[in-house]
Design a protein around this ligand. Sequence first.
Ligand code: UD1
Length: 356
Amino acid sequence: MHILHVVGARPNFMKAAPVMRALEEWPATRQTLVHTGQHYDKNLSDVFFSELSMPEPDVNLEVGSGSHAWQTAEVMTRFEPLVLERKPDVVLVYGDVNSTVAAALVCSKLLIRVAHIEAGLRSFDRTMPEEINRIVTDGIADLLFTPSEDGDVNLQREGIPPEKIYRVGNVMIDSLVQLLPAAMRCSTNGLPERYALVTLHRPSNVDDSASLRSILQALLEVNEQLEVVFPVHPRTRQRIEQFGINAKMLRLLEPVPYIEFLSLQRHAAVVITDSGGIQEETTYLGVPCLTLRGNTERPVTVTLGTNVLVGQDLVLLNSELARILEGRARKGSIPPLWDGHASERIVKVLQGYFAS
Ligand code: UD1
């Protein structure tokens, strides 16, 4: 049995690592790890491999950055000969990044089985590039592994046969559960006693000068009550420079490695973000999260977890923040199957599927 994994961008690494580890328990299985090179900065990529104890990629396609069409096409062009040569029995793709949809498209045309991990998530916002990637990947995958019930419902509504859908839970929480003890040992020296942790990189927030300016202005106001700690994504750093915005009053950091970032989340009074994965991690950790988006593809973080969508409504951001600082943050619970064992359930499904 030969299983090939495709990863490309930061959020893929913490999803693939636990699945690769769980697959090691399946005798006579060979694994190949392909990195598309969508993310190439050391602190968006390499550092995760060592922290997550992931093997070095067998192949790096070194695609790099470009427009969506260019990046997707380039992954497809470079991945096709590789997959023809390696002949895997199944290709595992993760999440919703451009590398995910590109690899899934290549395999479906070559009649190679594709399994999509983190299937079924929908923001119902087609202006979001990731939403297109989700819909296309789910439409062509052979096995769909969902993290929560809403994923199953979305897929069935789109006409995906129920026998292709497997609700296994959240693989990213597998990584969190595994590395939380290490995160708890991280030094918090040099950090303020109480702080707001901020991340920002969605094109809808950072690519438009007026939006980015008003969000950063709001963060400067937050900073007067609660120090803002802000690891800055390269896309966002480029935009801040390009638009000539002065954000130096905030504690701006380089992107932070995974374990250190878990520690930052764990100790934060509040997390303010537009990331998908961070909405889930804060829900698991029970840390209040204010999401700078009008929608989420992860609704259980709102219905069960600690997440509140504030969109670009900065008045709402302030009132929700005040509630949290007064100790009246909503108390969440951990969604079902977010228990650190999702990867083991995926392996069981694959064993059953390939045995039959
Ligand atoms: C991508 C994913 C997004 C994910 C995010 C996490 C897509 C459509 N988007 O967004 O779902 O949440 O990664 O980080 O796949 N850049 C660097 N160094 C790098 C990588 C990128 O400087 O290592 C810069 C490039 O200038 C590039 C920009 O960041 O143009 C954006 O990178 P890209 O991979 O296109 O998308 P992200 O915004 O990172």
